[in-house]
Design a protein around this ligand. Structure first.
Ligand code: AHR
Length: 491
């Protein structure tokens, strides 16, 4: 066992950790919305107003703060008017991005708002700039948020919703450098300014407008965007970064990989920190007062689809490797919580790095689910200063930092989330806690790098209560086994 030092300084506060960093993303893609969330009222699967009860109940355990919808690439082809009114009269469309399936629009604005109500989370609507019109988006905002008398609000009432909804988060376009129109940054930025002008604040509803930001390390996009978009046009810009360690053509399997695949993944996911920092530096040049925030509204591992499943549905399994990726990313987002206002892992159910998988009536929680549960006390907490003595593992030509940590305080207790990404090294973390503490409890999530929960064995990877720590004179010594995530609660 290698001993390293961690010092926690609860009295040196850093910043509030926006609870929205623990956000999720739901897209009309594969079995995310249909089957995964929405089964319809007539389904044999227990549901409330069409939303499957098992999934809603599980997601409630995570205290999901915000849910993004309807895409992704789907957003820029989505025409909201087709998704309201009597279901039997709703127009259908072809979901050209995702499997060419027919979308019957039975899950639309009212259903999404109902889902958010059931989850107790904020809606984050991704508006269509790629193939929609200024008027269409303007009217959607009016339909959802206005209490005035108008054709849009009359229509909403006729469709069963008397009072307007509250809508804060509004994205205007998605990946407009790619699937959302293949635009240049200048062209998009000017269109964005145009569209956002007509997205009004009705009554006391205040929109928080999000412009489409860069793809990974495309710093030029951020540079050009920030030259044109000013704080009075946008509250935040988005960043998309997927963990794809090898190539988009051969991403590799979710459950079958070797140590090379594991370490390459951790190195690839760690890159997000440099990417975030460099985008934030560019943003600071144009917005020195940091009025415009950064939202990482798509992130996570993207593997080849599970063998035998529709390639357009992006269904993948989820292992301890994904859990480590989730922990490392959440610790990075927490570290930059002064500028990162939201993050949304892709996607919540049955697509990419999901927290939940379903198969007919069955449902399971993935290792990533458990990480979100173990980290949830960071939501709206205050991050505190810590100093970590780290170590690295070199595997072939890849070197990764082994340890990752965040610490925050809320309601008189400290939450410390630790991750040991090494597959071989056990660490003893000699943790000094300034000001001391009375009690400590801990949970651990650990297993083989490729361990996962299947429908046959849905609890192979589950957090357990952990007693691998002992009190010392000035804190505690915590044992971190290889490939593990530990949450400490200190009071
Ligand atoms: O998450 C899948 C797709 O990835 C999203 O629709 C798109 O925004 C991104 O390219």
């Amino acid at each position: 066992m290698t001993t390293k030092k961690l010092a926690l300084f609860p009295e040196v506060e850093k910043s509030r950790i926006n609870r929205e960093i623990y956000g999720h993303f739901s897209e009309h893609l594969g079995r995310c919305i249909y089957q995964g969330i929405y089964v319809g009222e007539a389904s044999e699967i227990p549901n409330v107003n069409g939303m499957r009860t098992d999934v809603v109940e599980a997601l409630k355990e995570l205290d999901i703060p915000v849910l993004r919808w309807p895409g992704g690439c789907f957003a820029d082809e989505y025409h909201w008017k087709n998704g309201v009114g009597p279901k039997e009269e709703r127009a259908t469309m072809i979901n050209t991005h995702w499997g060419g399936v027919t979308e019957d629009n039975s899950f639309g604005t009212h259903e999404f708002m109902e889902l958010c109500d059931q989850l107790g989370c904020e809606p984050y609507i991704a508006g269509n700039l790629g193939s929609g019109t200024v008027r269409e988006l303007s009217e959607w905002v009016e339909y959802m948020t206005s209490d005035n008398v108008s054709p849009m609000t009359d229509w909403r009432k006729k469709n069963g919703r008397e009072k307007p909804w509250k809508l804060r988060y509004l994205g205007i376009g998605n990946e407009n450098w790619g699937c959302g129109g293949n635009m240049t940054p200048e062209y998009y930025a000017n269109l964005y300014r145009h569209y956002q002008t007509y997205c009004r604040n009705y009554g006391d509803n205040r929109l928080y407008k999000v412009a489409c930001g860069p793809n990974g390390d495309d710093y030029e996009w951020t540079e050009k965007l920030m030259q044109i978009i000013k704080p009075w046009h946008a509250n935040a810009i988005s960043l998309h970064y997927y963990t794809v360690p090898f190539s988009w053509e051969k991403k590799g399997q979710a459950t079958v990989f070797d140590e090379n695949g594991y370490y390459a993944t951790i190195a690839c996911t760690r890159r997000i920190e440099e990417i975030i920092t460099r985008h934030l530096d560019i943003m600071s040049k144009y917005d020195p007062e940091h009025k415009i925030g950064l939202i990482v509204d798509e992130w996570g591992c993207w593997w080849d689809v599970e063998p035998g499943t529709n390639p357009g549905f992006l269904y993948q399994q989820n292992t301890m490797r994904d859990a480590v990726v989730a922990a490392v990313n959440l610790n990075i987002f927490n570290a930059h919580a002064d500028r990162i206002v939201m993050a949304n892992i892709a996607q919540v159910v049955n697509v990419l790095q999901s927290v939940i998988l379903t198969d007919g009536v069955h449902m399971l929680k993935t290792p990533t689910f458990h990480v979100f549960r173990m980290f949830k006390d960071h939501q709206d907490a205050t991050s505190i200063t810590h100093v970590l003595e780290d170590s690295t593992t070199t595997h072939g030509d890849v070197t990764i930092p082994d340890l990752s940590v965040s610490a925050s305080k809320k309601d008189g207790s400290l939450t410390v989330t630790l991750c040991n990404a090494s597959l071989s090294e056990t660490y003893g973390l000699d943790t000094q806690v300034s000001g001391g503490f009375e009690t400590c409890s801990a949970e651990i999530l650990t297993g083989a790098m490729d361990a996962y929960n299947s429908f046959e064995n849905p609890t192979t990877v589950e957090p357990k209560s952990y007693n691998g720590f002992e009190k010392t004179d000035d804190g505690l010594l915590v044992t971190l086994p290889p490939c593990s995530i530990v949450t400490l609660k200190l009071k």
